[in-house]
Design a protein around this ligand. Structure first.
Ligand code: SAM
Length: 263
């Protein structure tokens, strides 16, 4: 077969280490009635291991030049859709047909956040997501408060998912070799007990709290009712001088609920 010319613009760094590929595939557990969705199968390196798992598999690949590799993997249980995942209509997936939906991907780095946002904003019954991402992004998404990597997306994702940093993947096992190492993260959907009364408002408050990372919470939330913000801060032993990166998820939920109740 003619040598494949990788497109940098599509983040085409293919993973060549079979042990790592197998480890990624093994990080989800599936049943016969589950659906696995792979984004960016490339030449099918991970796809071939996913095919061995229980359940159905749907893969979204934007580059039609990869048909020559992927068509060999197609079957009744493995469907390849040649489309930009960000343009895909996820409402077409028959959510109720499956017990659980799993997302898995070695995703192009430049669209990591839009991909995660698209999935988390969808109505799909997502059980978990396993992504190979830039190491720095994996650290950010799995960061805890008071860590410099902790940010708005981390807080918002932690509301619905338990996020675990699984393992680091050295850059040398990709072709072509990228500039930085990668890591695998797993996000497992959780049933939250302490809920925000208005989840959209909660997300807005989190984003506003982190708007200017170096500013304290008084500055970032200066357009909110500062009396109420003060009450929430006191409850958690924080002050107006603290910065959003120091606050636990529960603080943001409580603050959102206090503001919602005092509209
Ligand atoms: N899964 C393969 C592997 O692990 O070797 C390939 C991973 S490579 C990092 C990313 C893949 O995503 C490429 O095949 C690329 O063509 C595809 N891709 C890039 N942007 C995409 C998009 N918006 N929708 C679907 N696939 C995309």
């Amino acid at each position: 077969m003619e040598k494949f010319v990788h497109k940098k613009s599509l983040g085409q760094n293919f993973l060549k280490d079979e042990q790592v590929l197998q480890r990624i595939a093994n990080s989800i557990e599936t049943n016969d009635n589950d659906l696995i969705i792979e984004i960016g199968p490339g030449e099918g390196a991970l796809t071939k291991y996913l095919k061995e798992k229980k359940g159905k598999l749907i893969c979204y690949e934007v580059d039609e030049r990869l048909t020559k590799y992927l068509s060999l993997l197609e079957s009744e249980n493995c469907k390849i859709i040649y489309q930009d995942f960000l343009q895909a209509n996820l409402d077409e997936i028959e959510n109720n047909t499956y017990d659980n939906i799993h997302f898995i991907a070695n995703i192009p780095y430049y669209i990591t956040t839009p991909i995660i946002e698209k999935i988390t904003n969808s109505n799909l019954n997502v059980k978990d997501m396993v992504f190979l991402v830039q190491k720095e992004v994996a650290e950010r998404l799995s960061a805890k408060p008071k860590n410099k990597e902790y940010g708005a997306l981390t807080v918002i994702l932690n509301y619905d998912y338990d996020i675990e940093y699984l393992f680091t993947v050295k850059k040398e096992v990709f072709e072509p070799i990228p500039k930085v190492d990668s890591a695998v993260i797993k996000m497992k959907k959780i049933e939250r007990i302490n809920k925000a009364l208005n989840e959209e408002r909660f997300k807005k408050i989190v984003k506003d709290s982190f708007a200017m990372k170096r500013k304290n919470i008084r500055n970032n939330l200066k357009n909110y009712d500062l009396n109420i913000v003060g009450k929430a801060l006191t409850k958690y032993g924080y002050t107006f001088q603290n910065r959003a990166e120091e606050f636990a998820l529960d603080f943001f939920i409580d603050l959102a609920n206090l503001l919602e109740n005092n509209k």
